[in-house]
Structures are given as C-alpha cells and as structure tokens.
Design a protein around this ligand. Sequence first.
Ligand code: B1M
Length: 214
Amino acid sequence: MDILKQMAEAVIAGDAEHCVSLAKQAMENNLDPVEVIQQGFSKGMDTVGGKFESGEMFLPEMMQAAEAMKGGVAVLKPAIESTGSGSLTEFGKAVLATIQGDMHDIGKNIVKLLLSTSGFEIIDLGKDVKVAVIIDKAEEIHADVIGVSALMTTTMGYMPELIQELQELGIKEELPVMVGGAPVTEEWAKEIGADGYAKDAVGAVRTAKGLAKK
Ligand code: B1M
C-alpha cells in the first residue's frame, strides 16, 4: 500500500502513533507536506465522515480519528512553515474563524497554516465564534480579508448573517469575506454575496491573495 493510502487508513483507525510515524516517513522521503495532508490524511477523514453518517462509526471514534490526524499534521507543520514565501505582512491581515455553533477546526487550522506561510498575518479567533465577534475584530485591526469556515449545514447559515451584518454596517466593501468548509460551495458563496470561496487550503491562499490585493 502506498504511504498516502496508509495515512488515510491510520486516520480511519484513529491510530495517532501510526499517523505520526507515517508523517515522519513522508518527510524523510521529501514528499510535499500539503499534498500529504490533502491526498493522505484528509482522504481518511472523508471516509470517517461517511462511516459516521451511515452509522458504522460513532462519535468517540470520530474524535479519535480527529486526534490522530492532528498528530500527523503537527509533524508536517514545520516543513510547511519552512517552505513559506513572502514576508509576514505582504498581503496584510486575515481574520480567521470557524463560525458560530461549529467546533470543527482542523480544516480552518490548515488554511491558517498555509495563509501564514504565504504572506498573511493571521488573527485566529478559533472555533464557535459569534458573527459580532468576527466583525468587531476585523474592524478593530482593519483586516484585509475575513475568512470563515463551516463544516455543518446547520452552521453555514451564519455566513449570510455575517455578510448581511457587514452590509448593514456599511463596511462590506472594506472587509472582503472568503468562505469555505466541506458543505460550502462556490454557487452558495455567490448566492450569499461572499467575495471569495475556496474548496481547499491551497485554493484559500489564492483566493485570499486576490481579495487582499483589492
Ligand atoms: Co463532525 N461532522 N461533528 N466532528 N465531522 C462532520 C462535519 C459531518 C459531515 C459528518 C457526517 O455526518 N458525515 C457532520 C455534519 C453534518 C451536517 O452538515 N449537518 C458532523 C457532525 C454531525 C458532528 C456532530 C454534530 C456529531 C455529534 O456530536 N453527534 C459534532 C458537532 C459539534 C459541533 O460542531 N457543534 C461533531 C464533532 C466532530 C469531532 C469533534 C469529533 C471532530 C472535529 C474535531 C475538530 O475539528 N477539532 C469531527 C470530525 C473530524 C468530522 C469529519 C469526519 C471530518 C472533518 C475534518 O476535519 N476534515 C466531518 C466529515 C467530513 O467533513 N467529511 C464531520 C478534514 C479537514 C482537513 O477538511 O475541514 O473540510 P475540512 O477542510 C478543508 C476544506 O473544507 C477547506 O480547506 C480544508 C483543507 O483543505 N476549508 C476551507 C475549510 N475551511 C475553509 C475556509 C476557507 C477556505 C477553505 O476560507 C475561509
């Protein structure tokens, strides 16, 4: 089995130790750490999501899988940081958050890692963050972009609320919003009036750079 498949399997099995050793092996073999996350660990997580949905896996196993993936990503982090390009503030400041009611932050943290190594200063507000808190912080620091993540269909609904609120305050033009997360689509992003959308963390860097330049 190739190493990426083994990584996916290790996440599904919730085997943190194996995730760590595979991540180390990937680095020794000079594999691209971002590719390793997207084609290895994340694929495993997709399977976990499917198994949870169909009742083959339960919450404790999903939590164990999440911890295992985090362990593997932590090993890859320094390699991603060392390939960083651009000075810390080349593209300005980005306020990042997982939206209100949503505790999923693995994807948001990967987006954060890549943005922070691509010329953005990141203000990470964490997970389950209220719309008002995001707006206050973005206004306070004159953010160049706001990035919000949602992993559930139930929490995606706070994204249009954020955009509406910015419109009502008359600051939408100054504070472009990028949205992402597994259930979010480009069509939906357009529909709610978001300024940008990205399917994955690599795309998020591209989109954020485009928005910050404006
Ligand atoms: Co939960 N969960 N979960 N979960 N979980 C999902 C999201 C779910 C789809 C599983 C399923 O049923 N198939 C489902 C949601 C269903 C729905 O939409 N309504 C679900 C559920 C139901 C729940 C609970 C309600 C379960 C329960 O308690 N009964 C509960 C919710 C708690 C809450 O939030 N209030 C819950 C809890 C958890 C854990 C704590 C166990 C854990 C999260 C741990 C953590 O994040 N710290 C967890 C996990 C791990 C998942 C799945 C399996 C994997 C998510 C993940 O980390 N993927 C997930 C199923 C799935 O998504 N396939 C599921 C890996 C990550 C790298 O990908 O986050 O998509 P992702 O990020 C990508 C892109 O989406 C993109 O870039 C990232 C990297 O490429 N991206 C952006 C993300 N944010 C972006 C922002 C951008 C741009 C791109 O711009 C700003």
